[in-house]
Design a protein around this ligand. Sequence first.
Ligand code: ATP
Ligand code: MG
Length: 426
Amino acid sequence: MSKKIQAIRGMNDILPTDSPVWQYLEGTVKELLAGHGYNEIRMPIVEQTNLFKRSIGEVTDIVEKEMYTFEDRNGDSLTLRPEGTASCVRACEEHGLLYNQTQRLWYTGPMFRHERPQKGRYRQFYQIGVETFGIGTADIDAELILMTARLWKQLGIADAVTLQLNSLGSNEARAEYRAALVEYLSQFKDQLDEDSQRRLETNPLRVLDSKDPNTQALLKDAPQLHDHLDEESAADFAKLRAILDAAGVGYEINQRLVRGLDYYNKTVFEWVTDKLGSQGTVCAGGRYDGLVEQLGGKPTPAVGFAMGVERLILLLETLQVIPAEVYQTVDVYICAMGDGADLQALLLADKLREEHSWLRVQTHCGGGSFKSQMKKADKSGARYALLLGESELADGTIGIKDLRGEAEQQTVAQTELASWLTEAMV
Ligand code: ATP
Ligand code: MG
């Protein structure tokens, strides 16, 4: 026997037992987004490598060590997208969607990063991303955050997530702060962890989210970002906080929250949970007013976020808040025994589906004993088994067995079945 081929490490199959939860989560989010007037955009999974280098930044973790980059057959350098924002900006520019108009967009799909696979961290993972363009005021930042807060409520996880909030200020303010931080940290250069020593040269703000305890201790007396905030950013941040306060959305201001991508300015935020170990960020985003211009467009304010679908599903499972009916994909299962019964069962199923478009009907296929058919009916998760045997065929009736209750088996006329089901299930 030849050796079986396996999936690539860190790239998961989503099995039929799990896909109902994915559909439940995606369905809930899609409804929420529709309720806010957001439109879907779908971008390719592969882009020119330069798109990500120019947007995410050359000296970020993603570009330095996480991208799946390869040459295609004509020698062009292509990359499997590690995130969606850059592609979304590229697509909007390419199709003139940012000209004299605002956009509220969302997308979902796989992203690819070559990281060490572990719980909540994979090499192919899914994000639901939201991006808005053309609005520079804090009300839209608040809209995005309130929308996510509503989602956590709907999913039943509001108590398990907290909002971390920061303002990175304007580019000038950040440059000023960067200089102050570098000056301070340079005194202790030898005591910093290795990554931070390197980052001190290349991307000093990233030192702020070093996990090294020594580095963290040194940061206690470091200059504070908010002492360098420009007036406009400070006012916008105050406005955002006022809206969140009025709406009753709690937050924690975290001046060390800088995010791993280069393009952010002003508002940045993360929703984090302590229920998933160190992969605790389930949703992250912020403002990126400079990115459109950086990629060749006109200056366009923009703000967005992305949720990690696997992490949200892990959280739903951990908290056991997935409604039982999510897993139920069949309502009635039709069993048939005897000459001509299988044909009659298919016709009856078809008629039922026509009468009740909401009803999920599965017919037994492949024959077998009555007992084995009933086993399949039970395993399907259906609420009712519908039974067609010789006597039912002869007198135009059908047996109904409640698979989830104690009720005795009943017999009704086939012509009455549709209304019987309406009564029982609606
Ligand atoms: P982390 O700090 O956990 O590496 P990140 O800052 O790299 O996250 P973003 O680029 O902001 O993540 O992506 C947004 C969200 O996508 C994250 O908050 C997380 O929920 C999810 N995510 C990011 N990388 C992965 C991954 N490798 N596997 C699964 N989910 C991921
Ligand atoms: Mg990361």
